[in-house]
Design a protein around this ligand. Structure first.
Ligand code: 5GP
Length: 125
């Protein structure tokens, strides 16, 4: 079920549990601002999720409310993970789903990082 991105942050969401270490995840990167781990149901050869440590429901919440330092730290973390996986020259795709039309399922901001193969059209028709 897609989430409502206007609701307050819910500390019981699955990515909050991963951040607290209550649920295992295959982590590939972590720093002060973000952690990254493999998606449990990969949609491409490389499918990594990058999430901020901060409590943000969605990209909307993050872009409106996060301090500039936290936004910079998160964006740099996403770029770092892509470089560390050798994705820059062949290319890759970033995706953030927001709310109902975006099909967002987990109410903690996450950026999908896809790569390792040609990714086809931007949106399925
Ligand atoms: P959304 O549709 O919200 O943009 O994407 C949520 C993503 O989280 C999906 O790609 C889904 O496979 C992934 N996911 C959901 N639960 C877990 C989990 O417990 N662990 C990991 N690693 N990924 C998860």
């Amino acid at each position: 079920m897609p989430i409502d991105p206007t609701l307050p942050y819910d500390d019981s969401n699955i990515f909050a549990k991963i951040l607290r270490g209550e649920i295992p995840a295959n982590r590939v990167y972590e720093d002060e601002w973000a952690i990254a781990f493999h998606d449990i149901n990969p949609q491409a050869e490389v499918h990594i999720l990058v999430i901020p440590r901060g409590r943000y429901v969605s990209w909307d919440d993050f872009s409106a409310n996060a301090p500039a330092e936290e936004i910079a730290g998160f964006v740099r973390a996403v770029g770092h993970v892509a470089r560390a996986h050798g994705l820059v020259e062949p290319g890759y795709r970033l995706l953030a789903n927001i709310g109902r039309h975006g099909g967002q399922e987990v109410p903690h901001l996450h950026v999908h990082l896809f790569g390792g193969q040609f990714l086809g059209p931007m949106i399925a028709r």
